[in-house]
Design a protein around this ligand. Structure first.
Ligand code: MN
Length: 254
């Protein structure tokens, strides 16, 4: 009896969370996420997306060797393991289908699905051929950042601190959520949050749910060759190669 009650409460909580996830993210905005990454699902198998630039295009901030190993070895491994893990999976394999029930998934699907999705997004959010000039967002994204964090510098500081403090492997994210009830500004609510391992803010297991518009990989494999243990230096340099245009497109739901 007690078990039944506990199961019922657990299920209710989970359904509530899934409902909340859908509500916070909004179906229209999720489509952009599916479009950005799901198009590489080839005949039921996931495939490694080509990088939209050369391995050395992010020099000197991320070196070519790190990019080559990160993309062709690490990301490829997530793709291969995800395909293997999904061989007998009968459920919905869209990102929203998988991530909204991450807590119930086999660990291999959760970890490698997250790994594939997160990296596919991460590559798009890096800007090739940095010019050395100050790299800032503009338009609606800048407006939303200033409204939510007081200033770009305050935002940058909070993001860098949270990314630096992640214990072990994980990701730091900027997510967009629905505006608070009564907010008539039309400016979206943004939040900085982190996830462990290959989890992401679309997963029901995340501390906050929302649509990611900025992603930073702080696994050691993302920086160790060039930066060794100096994660803060890697993060500090990453600001030079953030692709704010992609982030702005994601915010706009494009
Ligand atoms: Mn990585």
């Amino acid at each position: 009896m007690e078990n039944d009650r506990r199961d019922f409460l657990k299920k209710s909580a989970l359904l509530g969370l899934v409902g909340l996830t859908a509500n916070l993210i909004g179906k229209d905005k999720l489509n952009a996420i599916e479009d950005l990454t799901q198009k590489i699902n080839d005949g039921g198998k996931f495939t490694l997306p080509a990088l939209p630039y050369a391995y050395n295009a992010l020099e000197p901030f991320i070196d070519a060797q790190t990019m080559e190993i990160h993309h062709s070895k690490h990301h490829q491994a997530y793709v291969d393991k995800l395909n293997k893990a999904l061989e007998n999976y009968k459920g919905d394999t869209t990102w929203t289908g998988l991530f909204s029930q991450a807590s119930k998934l086999d660990a291999s699907i959760r970890n490698n699905g997250g790994g594939h999705f997160n990296h596919s997004l991460f590559w798009q959010l890096l800007k090739a051929n940095p010019t050395g000039s100050v790299n800032l967002p503009s338009g609606k994204l800048m407006e939303a950042i200033v409204k939510n964090f007081k200033s770009f510098d305050d935002f940058k500081k909070e993001f860098s601190e949270k990314a630096t403090k992640i214990f072990g492997s994980g990701w730091c994210w900027l997510i967009v959520q629905s505006s608070a009830p009564g907010d008539q500004s039309g400016i979206p609510a943004l939040k900085i949050m982190t996830t462990a391992n290959q989890d992401n803010p679309l997963m029901d297991v995340a501390t906050e749910n929302g649509k990611p518009i900025l992603a930073l990989d702080v696994w050691e494999h993302a920086y160790y060759l060039k930066y060794q243990n100096k994660r803060a230096d890697y993060i500090n340099n990453w600001w030079n190669i953030v692709n704010w245009q992609t982030a702005d497109n994601l915010l706009a739901g494009k």
